[in-house]
Design a protein around this ligand. Structure first.
Ligand SMILES: [Zn+2]
Length: 429
């Protein structure tokens, strides 16, 4: 063996080793062994202060409300605490006299329990599993090509990491522009029940068109645009690296922290309240309105189709809420009473199936003020019927809602969505 060959082999070895390291780094999965989710019930200013101090002194993950700034008296705080701090945090909380419970004993164990043991038939898409982005992408292609009469799809742009954002247009083909509804799922990466709902909605629309008079009427008269996964990069990251990721995956030169909150990044009172200008925060509003390419792509699409879009529905979890503008101000929306009546009717329809209780109202007054949200932005653009759903549950499982609850959650949510769409259809403007 000559010297040349030897050094060639040596170099190859180095390259392979390097590739090995890269592969290991890419495949790194965050584990959550021994981490807990606490529920705190602050009733005194001191309690609120204590929670904020905890958040300042260690890395904690706010499940609800979405950040430490939003904590106030008399709202439940669901807080995910890393294993190293759980004992200390529990002791401090006990000493403060604040009512404290444990929602989730061991986050890793709960994450594994969220997924049931069924191995679905790989030839059919499962609507009762939390599907990976790869599976959803394959489903988007196959469902649109096998239903050309009712579905067309278009790419409205790419995500930060270059994944195509497909919008499905569902409705009977027409030579003229029909009035429409826009619905997105998965703005926040870890809210998996949300993405499951968009898939469920598309399946239901296709399978009940022609038999269910309400759905048939809707799709004959209107089109429904569905964006099955808004924050695809983040969603993929929750499947492959960190289940608890919320934000986009964009990078900035000025910070080592990744991503912005895509529901604080819209040009609606941007970053004035309930949002953070710290890039490391989970509610980081971004460097400017629409700095996140996913937000810009959707905003551009809605602006382009502004004259046809009559309703905007955005699906999140969790808390069982049906919210409408405004969130960036306590001022009431011009159409407040109509929006409220429709929300109450939709919540009632939802409740009729499994008894699930929803609270409805304008975001700021119902939960807390938060600026830069998509529903406020769509409303101010002129889309009157603008609603945010926060699906199941109220914290028992939080973001880790078991797969066994996908079906009942989607079934009841369909009733609320159909209640709203039917109102929109009867009140076209
Ligand atoms: Zn959300």
């Amino acid at each position: 063996m000559g010297i040349g060959e030897d050094s060639f082999t040596g170099n190859m070895m180095k390259i392979l080793l390097l590739l090995g390291f890269v592969a290991v780094a890419l495949a790194e999965v965050t584990r959550f062994d021994g981490e807990k989710v606490f529920r705190l019930k602050p009733v005194l200013d001191d309690h609120v202060l204590l929670i904020k101090e905890l958040a300042n002194s260690m890395e904690v993950d706010f499940w609800s409300p979405e950040s430490a700034d939003l904590v106030t008296i008399d709202i439940d705080v669901d807080l995910h605490v890393p294993a190293a701090h759980t004992d200390m945090v529990y002791t401090i909380l006990q000493q403060s006299g604040m009512e404290t419970g444990v929602l989730i004993e061991d986050l890793q164990a709960q994450m594994e329990e969220q997924l049931d043991n069924r191995t679905p038939d790989p030839r059919v898409h499962s609507y009762t599993k939390y599907n990976s982005w790869d599976k959803i992408q394959a489903w988007i292609s196959s469902i649109s090509s096998s239903n050309p009469d009712l579905i067309s799809r278009q790419v409205i742009g790419n995500t930060y990491e270059g994944r195509p954002m497909n919008v499905l247009k569902i409705g009977k083909k027409s030579s003229s522009t029909k009035p429409s509804i826009f619905m997105d799922c998965g703005i926040h990466a870890r809210e998996w029940i949300s993405t499951a709902f968009c898939q469920w909605f598309v399946k239901e629309a296709l399978s009940t068109y022609g038999s269910d008079s309400e759905m048939t009427g809707l799709l004959n008269q209107m089109d429904v645009y569905v964006l099955p996964v808004f924050n695809i990069d983040g969603y993929d990251f929750t499947h492959n690296s960190n289940r608890m990721w919320r934000k986009t995956r964009s990078r900035m030169y000025s910070s080592s922290c990744i991503g912005a909150d895509p529901n604080r990044n819209w040009n609606a009172g941007w970053c004035t309240t309930g949002a953070s200008s710290n890039p490391c925060s989970d509610t980081f509003c971004g460097s400017s309105p629409e700095s996140e390419i996913e937000v810009k792509n959707v905003a551009d699409f809605i602006r382009r189709n502004k004259s046809s879009i009559k309703a905007y529905l955005t699906i999140h979890s969790y808390s069982q809420l049906l919210l409408f503008p405004y969130s960036y101000t306590f001022e009431l929306a011009e159409h407040h009473s109509e929006l409220m009546t429709v929300a109450e009717g939709a919540s009632k329809a939802l409740r009729s199936l499994h008894g699930t209780q929803y609270t409805s109202g304008p975001g700021a007054a119902t939960i807390y003020p938060a600026a830069g949200g998509s529903d406020d932005w769509a409303y101010d653009l002129g889309v009157k019927y603008s609603y945010t759903f926060e699906l199941r549950d109220t914290g028992r499982y939080g973001f880790l809602l078991p797969e066994s609850q996908i079906k009942p959650t989607c079934e009841e949510t369909m009733l609320a969505v159909k209640y709203i769409t039917s109102h929109v259809q009867k009140n076209l403007y």
